[in-house]
Design a protein around this ligand. Structure first.
Ligand code: ZN
Length: 223
């Protein structure tokens, strides 16, 4: 494959971003072993993704692989992550999404392993950023069933728990998807502590609608 100047530097820059966020996820304990994977949209029909079987702490920019939207590998000496189907399902369904992060943050994954969604409005910040995080039914990793288990949730959410597995978040950039993953784990932690304390008090409906109004106001001001 040949690249014109800009195409090449965009791929190089995004490869470095994948390295950076992979290390960050690793440092905070969200991708133990070789778990987790990240991807970013390189062009409308090409995705740059992390390879299979690699620690996210040790990734190098040259390890990244490109695939088309059908999952066919276009470049890279390593093999693409076996969970690419989940990423592609999201890119197919959401033209507004430019990056996907999949990780196994321990507390949020604990919720996913006990059949619980993160849909209790406890934390004002989470209401404004990720909203209710649903739980997708269990499906075997690396199969088409995994993408199928998420399909009905992808359009209306940007963070999803996957039963007995982990979480996936997505957004308009790698930073956005990463911050959502961090917020998912933080919300799970707060929910766990609130319930351990024994008197969790969810936000009232009026407080939630005020927060959602404020969110829209911020979004308008940013554009
Ligand atoms: Zn996984």
């Amino acid at each position: 494959m040949t690249y014109t100047g800009n195409g090449y530097s965009k791929e190089r820059d995004l490869s470095r971003e994948l390295v950076r966020f992979g290390r960050w996820l690793s440092r905070i304990g969200f991708t133990p072993g070789t778990s987790g994977n990240l991807s970013v949209r390189l062009s409308p029909d090409r995705i740059l993704a992390t390879p299979t079987g690699c620690s996210k702490a040790l990734l190098k920019a040259e390890d990244m692989v490109t695939v088309d939207l059908a999952g066919r590998q276009l470049s890279g000496s390593k093999k693409v992550t076996s969970e690419i189907g989940m990423h592609l399902a999201i890119y197919h369904a959401r033209a507004d999404v430019n990056a996907v992060v999949h990780a196994h943050p321990p507390i949020a994954t604990g919720f996913a392993c006990t059949g619980r969604a993160l849909d209790e409005p406890l934390c004002a910040e989470a209401v404004m950023t990720i909203g209710p995080v649903p739980l997708a039914p269990y499906a075997t990793t690396g199969t088409d069933n995994l993408a199928a288990s998420l399909a009905h949730l992808i359009p209306a959410h940007s963070a999803i728990l996957m039963a007995n597995h982990g979480a996936v978040t997505y957004g308009d950039s790698l930073l956005d998807a990463f911050l959502k993953m961090e917020t998912v784990e933080h919300s799970a932690h707060i929910c766990l502590v609130a319930h351990q304390l024994g008197s969790a008090r969810p936000l009232e409906p009026l407080a939630i609608s005020d927060l959602l109004e404020a969110k829209e106001r911020y979004a308008r001001n940013m554009h």
